[in-house]
Design a protein around this ligand. Sequence first.
Ligand SMILES: [Zn+2]
Length: 416
Amino acid sequence: MNDSPQIASGPFRLNGRDYQLPACPVVAVCIDGCADEYLSSAIAHGHMPRLQQMAASGFRGMARGAMPSFTNVNNAAIACGGPPSLTGISGNFFLDPDSGEEVMMNSPEYLRAPTVFAAASHAGRKVAVVTAKDKLRKFLSKDLEAGICFSSEKANETSMEENGIEDAEALVGRSTPEVYSGDLSLFAMEAGAALLERGEADFLYLTLSDYVQHKHTPDEPEALEFYAGIDAVIGRCLDAGARVGVTADHGMNGKTTAGKPNVLFVEDELRAAFGAGVRVICTITDPYVVHHGALGGFVVVHLEDPSLAEAICRHCLTLPGVAEALPREAAAAKLELPADRLGDLVVLSTRNWVLGRSAEHHDLAMLGGVLRSHGSRYEEIVPLILSEPMPQSQLENAWSDLRSFDLFPLLCPVSS
Ligand SMILES: [Zn+2]
């Protein structure tokens, strides 16, 4: 299928790490919200034969992602091969200290490091980045002068000038899917496979949406069917001769007890104890909140009087659902975060709880009794699967502290 006569192979260095481009196509897949249980369950039901084959002949393990375990944070980390202290992307959302406004951290100006996509393109590869949601597209395509970058969500709006491709719908052979659907992800996967099969791309990053995982547990038929669809496209990529790597941006856990969400409204609690000078930002917030109500396992707290930070952290540790509360500098050091893009302290939830701002800021009714979410330590560990054995040069690292943002260095190892 792959008839590219010459695939650029060579070394490059990016953000302090060495890469060696292999002489075959590379496909990296980030299955959004893919806790390892989803893969185990789908494999056990016989729905992922190709991934099972990858695990048997290549590598399957667990990797630690970046904190907070959110989408933008980890997509940026994977794209740059390093933690948020390198990328500058510390949440989906943050309070801009210069303007005092809450802004989405999804535009290229917030990304502080160059991406592997721009580097691989400069090294002569035909790069394609396909995202399910459009929110990721812009910053992942930063400095990508040649190459293809578009989202399933806006597949019907692609242009050569903006996306490096006309008519992405024709590429996949069907129309743009609903944004709240598993099909949004499958469309992105199929677009990537088509680009690879046509020889239009040989260095691909396909990053999906966690709609299915927010709604369904790993054993539900909807999840199993979704993973079967992903596996079929992974098979197409393998059949086209690609080296394939799969990981996730974060896991996913249930956050309800008997149909009722376990929510701690942090701003309400802290204002009751410390007064009105407390502002909580839910950095999971994004334009697509229907499936999680902007409730996740991590919030940042801004204080009118920053000298209260230590006392407020101690108080947070007495509240139900709180696992950790860290002042800014400790959070930056412990969680590898950019200190200038944090509040005065951060709060992390326990496994089955989520943190919100105040009762009036979240509409629990729209959740319909289902709340599965992420953001905490408990969604930090994700699967990592490679179609080839772990490179010798990476083995030591792999058994001590494998990171999901090692994905591209693992796919492009210096000596393999
Ligand atoms: Zn995600």
